[in-house]
Design a protein around this ligand. Structure first.
Ligand code: UDP
Ligand code: MG
Length: 325
């Protein structure tokens, strides 16, 4: 097989306090590399997102055992998985990129099958969960509601039951490198860039070790990023609701004025006054909150801060090119 037929593929692994999962991951990656199809050449890229446990020494040691196949980036603190993935995307020079979790919920053994679809011409092979084992009922339900809502209000087709586990072609990588928004929601961005997509069904496993790094507040923020980065529909809803309520209030005011003119002042009406006041107060606070969510993101973006900072890195020779190329 000539060199031209061989494609290079980076496997990016964002890690945050994954010392328990890494030894198992290393074993499975070793096996993956040893059994690599002839036309695939893997590079592992670990992005450590400010781990406080032994994740970094473990990665350093593993990289020293595989000087040609294993790269790493250590961020200067915990920036969150979104930024860690962005750092990885910015440092990908290969023909393709696979993003995979360190906890082995996404089986690395599926990568050759995904690559098969890539060789057939697909540019974004996204893995869709057939089942979500080991996740609570609440997490599954909230995620289902959220994505159907996002799909409805954004008008962009969102891939259901998919995470970040996917294989991206060079075209997608370059597109993602151009999207430098500061409040990132990768899933929204993967949908937004388009290109030839195909789903790939798989069973998502339980974490091999350790605990989930997500909390509900973090998930809520990510969900808001998904909505605000996609659409200004909530602002429009706020405007519409505000207009409707104002018209209704104006009509009700007219009615009250006429009634007072005709039948004189009547004292009862405390309950209805309170109800209207509280309702309007609530609607106003909600609208202010929506505006605040957008304004906050505009604020973050206008500061033009870098999305991440790198403390230490070990990057092999991109694409195996000779130096000075
Ligand atoms: N992760 C990260 N930074 C964070 C949180 C998580 O890089 O701030 C990594 C984590 O190490 C794992 C992946 O993102 O490789 C997914 O995290 P996790 O398994 O905790 O999420 P879940 O599978 O529960 O959605
Ligand atoms: Mg996980």
């Amino acid at each position: 097989m000539s060199d031209a037929d061989v494609r290079t593929l980076t496997i990016m692994i964002p890690c945050y306090n994954e010392q328990e999962s890494l030894p198992v991951l290393f074993d499975r990656m070793d096996r993956l590399i040893a059994n690599a199809p002839e036309r695939l050449r893997y590079t592992l890229l670990f992005v450590d997102d400010g781990s406080k446990d032994d994740t970094r020494p473990l990665i350093r040691e593993y990289a020293s055992r595989h000087p040609d196949d294993v790269d790493y980036l250590f961020l200067s603190r915990n920036f969150g998985k979104e930024k860690a993935m962005y750092a990885g995307i910015m440092h990908t020079h290969t023909d393709g990129l696979v993003i995979i979790d360190a906890d082995l919920q996404d089986p690395p053994e599926l990568i050759p099958e995904m690559a098969e679809l890539w060789f057939q011409g697909y540019e974004d092979v996204y893995a869709r969960r057939r089942s979500r084992e080991g996740e609570s009922w609440l997490k599954k339900a909230t995620s289902r509601w959220y994505y159907s809502l996002l799909q409805k209000i954004s008008g962009v087709e969102i891939q259901r039951d998919t995470g970040d586990f996917r294989l991206l072609d060079r075209k997608c990588i370059e597109a993602l490198q151009r999207l430098d928004e500061s409040e990132r929601n990768s899933k929204a961005l993967f949908s937004w860039i388009g290109f030839k997509k195909i789903e790939f069904l798989y069973d998502r496993d339980k974490r091999v070790a350790g605990t989930t790094k997500w909390s509900y507040p973090k998930l809520f923020h990510l969900a808001m990023d998904g909505i605000t980065s996609f659409t200004i529909a909530p602002l429009k809803i706020a405007t519409w609701a505000g207009s409707l309520i104002s018209v209704a209030a104006f009509l009700y005011a007219l009615f009250l004025i006429f009634r007072t003119l005709i039948s004189g002042i009547d004292v009862p009406g405390y309950a209805s006054t309170m109800v209207v006041m509280l309702f309007l107060g609530g609607v106003q606070l909600l609208c202010l909150g929506i505006i605040g969510e957008y304004l906050g993101r505009v604020f973050m973006q206008t500061k033009h801060r870098p999305n991440y900072l790198i403390e230490e890195s070990h990057l092999g020779n991109p694409d195996g090119e000779s130096l000075g190329n």
